[in-house]
Design a protein around this ligand. Structure first.
Ligand SMILES: Cc1cc2nc3c(=O)[nH]c(=O)nc-3n(C[C@H](O)[C@H](O)[C@H](O)COP(=O)(O)OP(=O)(O)OC[C@H]3O[C@@H](n4cnc5c(N)ncnc54)[C@H](O)[C@@H]3O)c2cc1C
Length: 368
């Protein structure tokens, strides 16, 4: 096994593989070390919405970063197909954020002030999607909030990275990171050195932060989902209300998600969670409970105290970088995160507002 790389990425979820892809493409000799299989943790659980507008209800740096990442996906869809042969199954229908009450409407109207959101009346919504309940009072339509298949994106990043010369070691957990002389990782395969090490272990990044003297914590927000076979509801657009969504996939199935269970480390879906999201989905499409279950699953969103990811350098060791804590938006933010870490490593300019917003030393306002 090679004992030296320019960059080692610890963690092979969508964040780690995006970073590896962007660095390998830029000519950096890169290796990814992954505990299990690439893309099998939070990435595997995600619905794949690129919900820059669906997830932000106010303008600001997070929204700009999310929007930039969403826009990168437009060119990535073709680029990843060319460079890896994998279709990331971008689905262009957009999102309808539904309002049932006046307070829903007021919140959505504020969001409509952001670019690209358009307020539609209940009649317009039902014309577009005839299976939506007549109980709504309208919806925000966001054409740009498309979705992709997260596992396909992660596989495409990993394969593309390999084809640009990266090595990806699955079933090879990183046990420790040493900074005594240079930077190196300890694995079951031995010690491996690098010019730079990037920590991208999702919710499992905490122990590495601690080992490297950073006093930041992560906690899981468990999310449960199910997919259903669909032969009767011709849904084109994703429906979204109160953190519940119904996403139409290319293969005709619908994804229904997702619960939010903070500080729950159990990766198995619970009957109560699945029941709750079916009930919420029924409020949007009453007919949905006639569909047949395909499968249920759960995953752990990597949350930080202020809800924003940590993306940037270690405060005193420039050879160590972090890219973790993408919470509900890791699929959306993966391209911009990969580009940002690449640029920090190769010395290309990065927007100062992004460095400030995601740096480790920021002042954090705790989210509820
Ligand atoms: C139900 C659900 C729905 C979601 N829907 C969306 C959505 O629609 N859109 C969106 O943008 N986001 C969504 N998300 C959020 C998104 O899934 C996450 O933000 C994203 O997957 C985080 O990616 P990651 O690479 O940081 O973490 P992960 O995918 O968890 O990857 C971290 C990797 O690090 C590895 N690892 C851990 N410890 C070590 C170690 N010691 N050595 C080596 N490797 C290690 C793990 O095995 C894992 O593969 C959803 C999440 C859930 C749970």
């Amino acid at each position: 096994m090679k004992k030296h790389y320019e960059v080692i990425v610890v963690g092979g979820g969508i964040i780690g593989t995006s970073i590896a892809y962007h660095l390998a493409k830029a000519g950096k000799k890169t290796a990814v070390f992954e505990s299990g299989e690439v893309g099998k943790k939070a990435t595997h659980a995600a619905a794949g919405m690129l919900g820059a507008h669906a997830e932000c209800d106010k303008p600001g740096t997070f929204f700009q970063f999310a929007r930039a990442s969403q826009q990168v996906y437009q060119q990535l869809t073709i680029e990843l197909k060319n460079n890896s042969g994998i279709d990331i199954r971008r689905h262009d229908g957009g999102i309808l954020k539904i309002a049932f009450t006046e307070s829903d409407r007021e919140r959505l109207m504020r969001m409509a002030a952001l670019d690209s959101a358009e307020w539609l009346t209940a009649e317009q919504v039902v014309d577009m999607e005839p299976d939506v309940t007549k109980d709504i009072i309208g919806a925000n339509f966001i054409a740009d909030d498309v979705h992709v298949e997260p596992i396909a994106v992660c596989k495409a990043f990993a394969k593309g990275a390999r084809l640009f010369g990266a090595d990806i070691f699955e079933y090879t957990p990183v046990i420790a990171i040493d900074t005594d002389s240079g930077v190196q990782i300890q694995t079951a395969l031995g010690t491996v050195e690098a010019e730079h090490i990037v920590i991208a272990c999702g919710v499992w990044s905490g122990p590495f932060f601690k080992q490297l003297g950073i006093n930041k914590s992560f906690y899981p927000v468990k999310g449960e989902c199910l997919s259903v076979w669909n032969d009767r509801i011709p849904l084109v657009r994703t429906l979204y209300h109160d953190h519940c969504y119904i996403v139409p996939r290319h293969n005709g199935k619908l994804i229904i998600g997702a619960t939010m269970k903070p500080k729950n480390w159990d990766e198995r879906p619970e009957l109560g969670g699945i029941k709750a999201i079916i009930e919420k989905a029924k409020t949007m499409i009453p007919e949905i409970d006639k569909l047949k279950i395909d499968r249920c699953w759960a995953g752990l969103r990597p949350a930080t105290v202020d809800g924003n990811p940590y993306i940037g350098h270690h405060p005193i060791n420039n050879r160590i970088l972090f890219a973790a804590g993408h919470f509900r938006n890791g699929i959306l933010l993966a391209p911009a995160t990969g580009e940002m870490i690449r640029d920090l490593i190769i010395g290309q300019p990065v927007k100062p507002a992004w460095i400030e917003a995601f740096k480790l030393e920021r002042t954090e306002v705790v989210i509820e």
